[in-house]
Ligand binder design. Sequence first.
Ligand code: ATP
Ligand code: MG
Length: 241
Amino acid sequence: MRVVAVFSVKGGVGKTTAAVNLAYEAAAHGETLLWDLDPQGGATWLLDVKPKLRGGAPALVTGGTHPVAGVRQTAWETLDVLPADGTYRSLDVVLDDAKRSRSRVHRTLTSLKGTYRTVVLDCPAGSSLVAANVVRAADVVVVPLVPGPLTLRSLEQVRQVVAERDPAPPVVGFLSMVDRRRVAHRQVLADLPEGVVDVVVPAAAVVERMGAERRPLAAFAPGTPAALAYRRLWKKVRAAA
Ligand SMILES: Nc1ncnc2c1ncn2[C@@H]1O[C@H](COP(=O)(O)OP(=O)(O)OP(=O)(O)O)[C@@H](O)[C@H]1O
Ligand SMILES: [Mg+2]
């Protein structure tokens, strides 16, 4: 089982969008679970799944309920979702109170070994205990980076969180919401920072349409540059993990 965490300390950079599209790509190659760890439930919404988790997030990470009980099927046979509901708001506090507070997500996933080939984690922004758990569980950490003066800094901040684990999992950065008309974006493209793969997800209205379609990009707009970029990203992620 390969665990792919999509993570950044920054909000609104395209984590959830990437998680959903990567999970869809992964599902073409085997049973895949997308675990939505964000109380906003963006990934749950985008895959058109009911945002209600049996037992809630606390019972899930402390072993009170088996994750299989919370899993929901999507419209695609090999793609399941462990949805987020409001109970995820208390996750940090619950983790803080729990024993082995940094490895609860990892332990929860252990019980799914053999059920899924790939698990994609969609995480809320920030460097909370949830982030520490996600990094602990991950075989690879995928970081969307919006080009700009702070691009390198946000990659560095993720590396700091990831470095708390020894050995640290590989970090794969990619460029998200790229607008080639902007000088700052072209500059980052021309000189890709180390650890950033040459996958460019353009800023495009078709990506925003996922919210209305409630489907992954490749399901309603295959062949668009953004859909192809996520396919390429999946190949890079697979190669890194
Ligand atoms: N390539 C893109 N082009 C245009 N809009 C995009 C693109 N990627 C994401 N968006 C839009 O930007 C918004 C933020 O994206 P997303 O929710 O994936 O970010 P996030 O990092 O998960 O945010 P949060 O930190 O709140 O969880 C969404 O409305 C999404 O539709
Ligand atoms: Mg998100």
